[in-house]
Design a protein around this ligand. Structure first.
Ligand code: ADP
Ligand code: MG
Length: 467
């Protein structure tokens, strides 16, 4: 009987629509007047409910006139967070008979792939961000090797690590690496590689929801061989996250490759559901560290070479490159910016690049290393440990010699290593007056100047705190 119903449905909606939406619908059972059907995904369910409810019922009634209700459920146990409360409970149980009597226009079938095409355009790619221009250094060797491996895979190859999750701070090459994977994957292989920023994924999905093409969006996403998602930390909103999770699961289960970049490890993506986080952590998680000086020099040289392709006369002396690599320590973007400025400046003024020019032009890119924030509590803890006293001794009013000196050292360190004022430091040391703090600071300064042992002790404490 079930196969006869399916046959009717196929005739009723047409072959294409049938395979798009009903091929994976299963009969769970028939009880009295209700038929229980299941589909593998939430989207399929809501799509069928919204568009084909009465068609399904009619087909059943043709075979079994006593049927008056169709229950449609999602088959597999949900591994992903429910999109929103409203979308789950009551709506979930809504019987599809309730959609009887909808205007015919709502029952119109939508071609799944074409409808989603716009939403799946992918984010723009920068033609310069390829493997050829990616410089390998100590901090990115593993990430690069893994990305290469992924990019060189063929359709149907076993997937080695899934997802490949790359995390690093700003400007350390995440986007470069991800776009390199996309370029390499899309050229010369039959695989479909899609690069999307998390924002684009989000907007694509939201737009698809509005135009009721969410299912199409999702189905099209699942036709991708390699899905590359950049800046995952920006993925927001319960329903997008749930959708992302479904997509992730579907792709990974189908043996498709997923590559992700974010500015933090999976465990720190606070807004994501636990199950998504553990799925993300279940592949290969690689961190790219800060750019070492050698790597910075390599990136600068690669940028100069790229610029010379269009401006043959542009040249940056070794000494200038060294200077830039040594002083611009923050991120790849500043390195790129520095070369762009030197290029612009030397072009506009028809001057060769010199060290003086470099010093003048990139001054604002040379930010001092952000000092590590040292807390007064840390200072008290480290000093107490060093001198074998307790932290409460340091804060107490005891004036025995074995406590007084460590206390003075701790106050001195608080003054030199933090930006706290003298009164503030006094407060944090058991409510002392700022003159007491000042006295301690002067005392230690004087002692350090002539007592080598103390001076070394203080240096060692500073090092411990700065690590
Ligand atoms: P992120 O996405 O991690 O913030 P990007 O990939 O946008 O960083 O990198 C910032 C800039 O630094 C880009 O111009 C990029 O080409 C360059 N860059 C970073 N790492 C490398 C590298 N290993 N080789 C070449 N260029 C790099
Ligand atoms: Mg980026």
């Amino acid at each position: 009987r079930w196969s006869r119903v399916k046959g009717r449905l196929r005739t009723s909606v047409g072959e294409d629509v049938y395979t798009s939406w009903f091929a994976r619908m299963d009969l769970e059972g028939v009880q009295d007047e209700s038929v229980h059907l299941s589909v593998p995904t939430r989207f399929l369910k809501s799509w069928i409910q919204a568009h084909y409810a009465d068609r399904v019922l009619t087909c059943w009634q043709a075979e079994m006139p006593e049927v008056h209700r169709i229950d449609l459920t999602v088959r597999t146990a949900m591994r992903c967070a429910a999109p929103t409360k409203e979308a789950t409970a009551p709506a979930e149980q809504r019987r599809i008979e309730q959609t009887n009597g909808r205007p015919a226009s709502e029952l119109r079938a939508t071609a799944p792939v074409s409808a989603s095409h716009d939403a799946l355009g992918g984010s723009p790619l920068d033609p310069r961000l390829t493997f050829a221009s990616f410089v390998i250094g100590r901090s990115n060797t593993l990430a690069h090797a893994a990305a290469r491996q992924v990019a060189e895979g063929r359709r149907g190859d076993p997937v080695m690590f899934n997802p490949l999750y790359i995390h690093a701070g700003v400007g350390l090459g995440k986007t470069h690496l991800l776009q390199a994977v996309t370029w390499a994957g899309n050229s010369g292989s039959e695989r479909k590689v899609l690069y999307l920023t998390a924002e684009k994924f989000m907007y694509g999905f939201v737009a698809a929801l509005k135009t009721q093409t969410a299912l199409a969006f999702k189905e099209a996403l699942r036709g991708i061989d390699v899905l590359v998602i950049d800046d995952l930390q920006f993925l927001q909103g319960k329903s997008t996250q749930a959708e992302f999770c479904h997509t992730l699961n579907a792709l990974i289960d189908a043996g498709r490759q997923v590559v992700i970049a974010a500015d933090r490890p999976p465990s720190d993506l606070e807004s994501l559901d636990d199950r998504v986080r553990s799925r993300l952590a279940g592949g290969l998680v690689v961190e790219m560290g800060s750019l070492g000086e050698e790597l910075r020099l390599g990136i600068l040289k690669s940028r100069v070479a790229a610029a010379r392709a269009h401006h043959a006369s542009f040249d940056v002396p070794e000494a200038v490159l060294d200077y830039l690599a040594r002083t611009i320590t923050h991120n790849g973007r500043d390195l790129e910016g520095a070369i762009n400025r030197l290029l612009a400046h030397s072009k506009l003024n028809a001057q060769p690049v010199t060290l003086e020019m470099a010093e003048r032009e990139v001054r604002d890119l040379i930010r001092p290393q952000e000092p590590k924030r040292i807390k007064i509590e840390d200072i008290q803890r480290v000093v107490a440990r060093q001198y074998n006293v307790s932290r409460s001794d340091l804060l107490s009013s005891r004036r025995t010699a074995n406590v007084v000196r460590p206390r003075q050292v701790a106050m001195y360190l608080a003054k030199t290593l933090t930006l706290r004022s003298l009164p503030e430091i006094g407060r944090r040391f058991g409510g002392r007056d700022h003159t007491t703090v000042l006295h301690a600071v002067r005392k230690i300064e004087a002692l350090v100047a002539r007592d080598i042992a103390l001076s070394e002790e203080v240096e060692s404490l500073k090092r411990q705190l700065q690590e």
